[in-house]
Design a protein around this ligand. Sequence first.
Ligand code: PMP
Length: 371
Amino acid sequence: MSESWLAKRTSHFDSSGIRKVFDLAAKMENPINLSIGQPDFPVPDAIKAAACEAINSDKNGYSLTQGVSPLREALQAKVDAQYGHDDRRVLVTSGTSGALVLTMMALVDPGDEVICFDPYFVMYPALVGMAGGKAVVLDTYPNFRIDVDKVAAAITPRTKLILLNSPANPTGVVATEQEVKALAELAAKHNIALLSDEIYRQFCYDGALPSPAVHNENTIVVDGFSKAYGVTGWRLGWVHGPAAVIDKLTMLQQYTFVCAPHPLQHAALAALDVDMSEQAAEYARRRDMIVDGLRDVGYEVNPTGGAFYVFPKVPTDETGQQFVRRAIENELLIIPGEIFSSRDTHFRISYAASLDTLERGLEVLQKLAKG
Ligand code: PMP
C-alpha cells in the first residue's frame, strides 16, 4: 500500500493518544478503569427481552430507511409534545454518531466554518474536517461556560453551523437556560444552523435540561439510546429538526448506513417505556462523591451537572499526558485532556463505575496530587 492512496480527509484525526491509553490498559491485570464513556448498569430485562423477541420473530431484514413506524411515531409524539413545532420531523439513525455524520454531510461544504466549544467531543473537529469544513474552536476554560459574545465575534460569512453539547463530554457541564437561549437567538439572527447534541439528556442532575430547540425552531437535535439505556453496542440514535433537513438526512442515510439495526429498533421502542430515573439518581450520587472526594484532596473541579464525567485540572506542574502516564503506572486509567482539547492541562474521569472502583480511584488520585 502506498501513502498516496490515502485521501486527505484521513489526515483530520489522530487517535493515537487514546489508543496508547487503551493499549496500556489491555496489558493491565486489574486496572481501576475510570476511562470508559458508557454506563456500567445492566440493560433492563424488558429491553433485552424485546430485542430477543424481535430477532426470534424474524424482524432481521432491512427496515424502512427512516426507522420502523412504531418507533418513529413514538419518538415523533415525544418531540411534538416537548416542542410543539409544526415542521419538526424525526429520523432513526445508526447511533448518535450516525446522526452527526449525516448532519455534517448534509450541511458542510468545503471551506465552511463550524463553531465548536473547546473542550469538545472528540468526533466534532474530525467530522468537520472530513466534510471539508474548518472547525473554529472556541476556548471555554477555566469554567467551561458558553460566552455568547465570543461566539458572535467568531461568526464570519463562511460560518455554517454551531455545535453545542450539553450535558457535555468531557466536562459534565450543563449549559444554562440563558446560555442556550442566547445561542439559539444568535444562530437565528445570523441564519446559521445550530446542532444540539443531547445524548446525555437523561443524565442531567440538577433540573430539566435546557434545550436551544425551545428558543429556535430550526435547531437540529441529535439524541440516542446508547447512554440512556446502556446499549452503546446497539448503534441506535435519532435526530429531529426541520422537515427539509431531515428529508436530506434520510436520503443520505439511504445511500450510506441504509437503516439503523432493525431488530434493535423494536427494543428501542420497548425502552421508551422503561423508567431509568433510578440509574440517573445513582449517577448523581456518584457525581457528588467524586467531586467532593477530589476537592477534599486538593483538585480544582468545576461544578458539573450532567453526563458521567468530571474534568479536573492536573494538580501538579505536569501536562495531562504526563499525569495520566503516572496514573497508569498506579493502575488507574483516565484520559488526558488533550484528546478533547487544544490544551493539555486537565484529565477526564468517567464515574460510570462501581463505588468500589471509584474509591480505589480516589485513593490513587490523592497519592498522585502529592507529585
Ligand atoms: N455525542 C457525544 C457527546 C458522545 O459522548 C457520544 C458517545 N461517546 C456520542 C455523541 C455518540 O454516541 P453513539 O454513537 O453511541 O450514540
